[in-house]
Design a binder for this molecule. Structure first.
Ligand code: HEC
Ligand code: HEC
Length: 560
């Protein structure tokens, strides 16, 4: 991490003239680097391929780079990036939860509380895939083995993830670990960004890789943010969403001029990576009370207690001893309250982890890589008590009394909270996601009717159908059904009221078979034409159960 980190030291000396270095320590540069900011501040830290963050860049350069960041903001909040059209990056990284996952109850089989991802899917040879039994947990969807750390402030780390496996270079994805030219250092954000879309737990499935080209093809045909509540699209990105252009066009407009990645070609892995990384470099949390010289007396006392009696800043700072300047502001190198290194903190059975930032920790609903805090059984106060009880040089010496504990809590819970993050205002503003308005299962209705085997077959209906995709992207599944049995998906234009049949005005049926785990997937059961946009389709499975019809519950879809 900053100043004390030899890597950054080298980088800074490489980038800066000495007079600039002198200014750096007192100036927090802004992303736009608008003149007269001449600090050449490596803040946000970025690879050589991104010259723009240096404020000596020309206004035209800065403008172009801001457009890339805006494209990244759109991509971060677009659920179409995921295989099921249901999971955006932001689904797991909510600003109002400090950039972490605010959804509780995602238990991984390793006992940690992770993030809900996509339903398990496998490749069946071509582009698409069937739903599969969940190998990891009992939930409908897969769960990540660790909780989601924040992306807010992540630009300051040269290596990312709890085990720091992303970065410092951005490799070309060919499996040879060859870095993309100009992205050999400070490119952890680029390196990380291309991972989730092809990760079969988070957003993808087994065959959805960048090298397959399917994701590029899908996005090239998609309209940016087509699924979110359009009235909530942030103003700075409305030029993208109101342009009527697909991602193909927008990527070419935004990157066409670029010396390394210019010209046509629409969506590419490198452009995608740069856009998301640029967006992350706009997420600078530096307007908390501690930055504004606005700590209350109790919060200030909490800060002082951590400094004088706590061991915390040994790991939760880059300098070892963060201090306020005479103006009452913080040294920008200590912005993150993390050293970016891995440590073990005696959480039972947990490996060493990258020290997380303390910024906005008061907004978290889960803590640690383990996701402690699930269902509110573990609060920030419990966390402070955890540390206070440490006898091994990790906690407070002598231990805090209850008044002091309350002051430390006040500092951590409020003194480090940027109100723009808490309130999701610019640059932390974002659209309302389709998945938030339509929680998993909200489109499912009716009850299953079992056959002789007694199985209650369950419809899997988590993927809103997109009209006008070149590849068959809409799928409806069924699970917990009789194995190796004939299964027919019924599609109707209206619902029926049961108790066995739940669809009416049936206009199509789609025959298939369940596999030996009792799963079936109907891939693009009806052609998606624009005539179907906006009108509801109702679906239900009928499955042969020892020659007796059994039925799943039903679901409602609205093609878009
Ligand atoms: C299903 C939930 C989920 C989705 C979707 C998701 N993430 Fe994450 N994110 C995680 C988890 C879990 C981790 C921690 C993984 C680890 O450390 O092994 C993480 C880690 C990160 C980090 C590292 C922060 C740090 O300090 O190390 C960044 C940055 C990030 N994600 C950005 C993104 C971007 C960009 C996308 C979309 C392309 C995305 N995430 C999609 C769950 C998610
Ligand atoms: C030896 C280094 C070290 C020391 C000392 C230390 N921490 Fe930590 N802290 C970590 C690491 C590493 C984690 C993440 C552990 C994990 O998730 O498995 C962490 C996690 C946290 C978290 C949770 C943040 C989140 O995003 O979930 C908070 C809050 C925290 N520490 C506060 C403190 C306080 C307060 C002290 C002093 C009493 C302290 N830490 C001392 C390394 C340290």
């Amino acid at each position: 991490m900053p100043s004390r980190n030899p890597l950054l030291g080298t980088l800074m000396l490489g980038l800066m003239t000495l007079p600039a270095l002198a200014q750096v320590r007192t100036h927090v540069g802004s992303l736009t680097g608008e003149p007269p900011d001449l600090s050449n501040w490596v803040h946000p830290a970025a690879p050589d391929g991104n010259v723009w963050h240096r404020s000596t860049a020309s206004p035209l350069d800065l403008f172009r780079q801001m457009q890339i960041a805006q494209l990244g903001k759109v991509l971060f909040w677009d659920e179409q990036v995921s295989s099921g059209n249901y999971t955006a990056c932001g689904t797991c990284h909510a600003p109002r939860a400090g950039g972490t996952d605010e959804r509780l109850g995602a238990t991984h089989s390793n006992g940690n509380f992770g993030s809900f991802g996509v339903p398990p899917q496998s490749d069946t040879g071509t582009i698409d895939y069937g739903f599969q039994i969940n190998p990891v947990s009992s939930a409908d969807v897969l769960v990540t083995p660790v909780t989601a750390p924040t992306m807010i402030g992540a630009y300051m780390f040269n290596q990312l993830f709890w085990d720091r496996r992303a970065g410092p270079d951005f490799d070309d994805g060919t499996g040879t670990n060859t870095p993309v030219p100009n992205f050999t250092d400070w490119a952890a954000l680029e390196d990380l960004a291309v991972g989730p879309p092809e990760n079969e737990v988070e957003m993808g499935h087994e065959a959805l890789t960048w090298s397959s080209g399917f994701l590029q093809t899908k996005l090239n045909r998609a309209f940016p943010l087509a699924l979110v509540d359009a009235s909530t699209i942030p103003p700075d990105v409305q030029w993208i969403t109101s342009s009527g252009a697909t991602y193909h066009k927008i990527f070419d407009v935004v990157f066409g001029w670029h010396p390394q990645f210019g010209g046509g070609g629409g969506v590419t892995r490198e452009r995608f990576a740069m856009a998301l990384a640029h967006y992350h470099r706009t997420l600078i949390p530096d307007q908390a009370p501690i930055d504004l010289g606005a700590l209350t007396r109790d919060q200030q006392r909490g800060f002082d207690l951590i400094k004088t009696r706590g061991s915390c800043f040994r790991c939760h700072s880059s300098s070892g001893s963060p201090d306020l300047t005479p103006q009452g502001t913080l040294d920008p190198f200590d912005n993150l309250f993390s050293d970016g290194e891995e440590h073990g903190i005696d959480l039972a059975g947990q490996p060493r982890r990258k020290t997380p930032t303390l910024r906005n920790v008061g907004l978290h609903r889960k803590f640690f890589s383990t996701g402690h805090g699930n269902n509110n059984v573990f609060s920030l106060q419990d966390l402070i008590r955890f540390y206070n009880n440490q006898q091994n040089g990790l906690g407070f010496s002598p231990p805090l009394d209850p008044t002091e504990e309350a002051q430390v809590l006040d500092f951590l819970a409020n003194g480090l909270t940027d109100p723009r993050v808490a309130n999701e205002t610019f640059p932390f503003d974002r659209p309302q996601l389709f998945g938030e308005l339509n929680p998993t299962g909200a489109n499912v209705y009716g009850n299953a009717t079992p056959g002789p085997s007694g199985l209650f077959a369950r419809i899997i209906a988590c993927s809103p159908p997109k009209v006008d995709q070149p590849i068959d992207w809409w799928k409806v599944g069924v699970g917990e059904a009789p194995r190796n049995s004939a299964a027919v998906l019924m599609l109707g234009f209206s619902s029926w009221f049961g108790p066995t049949i739940w669809v009416d005005n049936v206009f199509a049926t789609f025959p298939t078979m369940t596999n030996n785990e009792g799963f079936a997937t109907a891939q693009q059961p009806v052609p998606m034409t624009s005539a179907l946009i906006g009108s509801a389709i109702y679906c239900q499975w009928e499955i042969d159960d020892y020659r007796t019809p059994s039925f799943s519950d039903a679901a409602r879809f609205i093609p878009y």
